[in-house]
Structure formats: C-alpha cells, structure tokens
Design a protein around this ligand. Structure first.
Ligand code: HEC
Ligand code: HEC
Length: 245
C-alpha cells in the first residue's frame, strides 16, 4: 500500500477545498489564470514546455486554502522563471487558487470506495493513539472524541484527523515600548504580521519594529503529524477511531 498516503491527499484535500469556494470564485479565477498564468502554465493549468502543470501538482494537492500556493504566486521564483505577482490582491489570488483546486478535481480519477479504507488494526491504532502518536496528550476516547465515529463517515473521519477544521490562530506581540497586543492571525510572513485584536481592530506590524511575536496554531501538531504517519498508522488509527461510537 505504498501510495495510500498520496491517495489520501488526493481524496481529502480537494474535497476540503470544494466546500470553501463557489463557482463564481472559480470562474473569476479561471479568467485571471488565463490572462496572467496561462501563457506559461497553459490555460487549463496542464503545463507547457515553459512551466509545470498546476492542476496535477503535488503542491496543489497539499494546499487547502491558498496557504501553500498563495505565497508562491505572490513572491514567484524569479531565478527559476516564475515571475512574482505582487499586484494581485488577496481575493484575486484566492480565486486563482479556487480555480486550480477545481481543475485538480476535474482531472482526478474516480473515487475509491470507502470500504477500501477499512483494512487497519484497531488495537494497533489504540496503541498508536496512546503512544507514538501522542494523540492522548490532547484527546481522550471517553472525552472529546467519544461518539466521533457516529459524527463522520469513514472517509470524513480520516479527513477529520488528518486535517481538522481550521481553528483561529492566536498572535501575541510585544511592541518596542513594552506594550502587549494580541488577536487572531490574518497574515504572517518573515517580514509582516497582521491580526484582528479583541476589539475587532485590524493591526499590522513590520516584524522589525516589534520586540517579540508569538504565533500559536492549535493545529500545529496535526500539521506536523501529517509528515510522520505511515500508511499503516493511518489505517490503524481509522480502525480504532471507528470504534468510538
Ligand atoms: C513567464 C512564465 C510564467 C508565468 C506567467 C507564471 N508562471 Fe508559475 N511558474 C513558472 C515556472 C518556470 C515555474 C517553475 C519554477 C521552478 O522550477 O521552481 C513556475 C512555478 C509555479 C508554481 C510552483 C509549481 C511547483 O510545482 O513548484 C506555482 C504554484 C505557479 N507557478 C503558479 C503560477 C500562477 C498562479 C501564475 C499566474 C498568476 C503563474 N504561475 C504565472 C513560470 C510562469
Ligand atoms: C496538541 C494537541 C493535539 C494533539 C497532540 C492532537 N490533536 Fe487532534 N485536535 C486538536 C485540536 C485543537 C483539534 C480541533 C478542535 C477539535 O475539533 O477538537 C483537533 C481535532 C481532532 C479531530 C477532529 C474532532 C472532531 O470532532 O471533528 C480528530 C479526530 C483528532 N483531532 C484526532 C487526533 C489524533 C488521531 C491525534 C494523534 C495522531 C491527534 N488528534 C493529536 C489538538 C490535538
């Protein structure tokens, strides 16, 4: 089952992206893509001799909501021939990303039946949950995950633990003056951090002007775990979680 993890990525990520974009976004994205990107990547994002395909692409499969594709589009990779697009707005980039996810869905083959996911070992999954996986640091079978199997179909249950619903990311900054501010992250890169404070006010700082910045993503562990799972771990965890009715 070497390719199962890749299979999960294909099944899970486009399905998530679908819920977050509607056809108007996709249509706007299609036009923006044709005029800004099609020359190199092909109007249908299938690639040309100049540039790689983006419809069938590892980064598109891994991206959920522009967090991987957005920064590449904005900054480009000028030395490799991918121009920067600093003038595209966040909404325009998001529309282009919706279009790319829609294209990825269009070319994806037929879905694998859900039963084919159910080949793991529940006891091995339980051991992983309480041991190597460290899941029990934050969850418990008798507590927050009680009944989780009644809430989701097998496929959505895999989705739920591979890529839980996005949670607000907390930001805490300390200004040069010593004043502390906190809020919910809107954007961060190596130069800038912006967030909405508890009063609903938009705040944006150049990182150089701040004494400290702390960003706490409640799902950081989940994101890191993605790289650590073997295919067996995923199957076994699913076999275990499915017993939590
Ligand atoms: C002038 C040609 C050109 C244009 C126009 C262009 N790209 Fe690219 N793009 C490239 C090249 C060449 C690469 C491969 C760069 C590399 O090898 O790292 C690339 C790479 C990328 C990648 C990373 C793909 C990967 O697998 O690493 C993304 C995402 C991307 N482009 C998106 C876009 C989008 C969206 C647009 C339009 C807003 C666009 N590009 C416009 C030439 C172009
Ligand atoms: C550092 C804490 C932390 C660790 C460790 C952790 N999770 Fe989570 N998990 C969360 C948070 C936060 C959420 C999102 C809030 C929620 O849905 O409970 C979440 C969501 C989930 C959900 C979705 C619950 C639902 O009702 O939608 C499942 C299933 C899950 N995690 C399983 C796991 C498994 C399996 C592991 C171990 C491989 C794990 N988690 C490790 C914090 C953690």
């Amino acid at each position: 089952m070497r390719n199962t993890a890749a299979l999960f990525l294909l099944i899970v990520f486009p399905a998530m992206a679908q819920s977050r974009s509607d056809s108007a976004d996709i249509e706007r994205g299609r036009e923006l893509f044709a005029s800004n990107c099609g020359f190199c990547h092909g109007a249908q994002a299938m690639g040309t001799e100049q540039a790689p395909p983006l419809a069938r692409n590892r980064l598109t499969a891994q991206d959920r909501n522009g967090e991987i594709l957005g920064p590449i589009i904005q900054a480009g990779r000028p030395p490799q021939g991918m121009p920067a697009f600093p003038s595209l707005t966040a909404t325009q980039i998001s529309d282009i990303v919706s279009f790319l996810h829609a294209r990825a869905r269009e070319i994806r083959g037929p879905r694998v039946p859900e039963e084919s996911l159910l080949i793991g070992n529940a006891r091995a999954g339980e051991a992983y949950f309480n041991g190597t996986g460290n899941c029990s640091n934050c969850h418990s079978a008798a507590g927050d995950l009680k009944g989780v199997a009644s809430k989701y179909s097998p496929l959505l249950l895999v989705t739920a633990f591979l890529t839980p619903k996005p949670q607000a990311i907390q930001v805490n900054v300390i200004q040069e003056s010593g004043a502390a501010l906190s809020g919910v992250l809107i954007y961060a890169d190596e130069f800038v951090v912006s967030f909405r404070d508890s009063a609903g006010e938009y705040r944006s700082f150049s990182r150089g002007t701040l004494k400290s910045v702390r960003i706490d993503d409640p799902l950081a562990t989940h994101k890191q775990q993605m790289a650590r799972y073997s295919d067996d771990d995923i199957h076994n965890l699913l076999a275990y979680l499915i017993t939590l009715k």
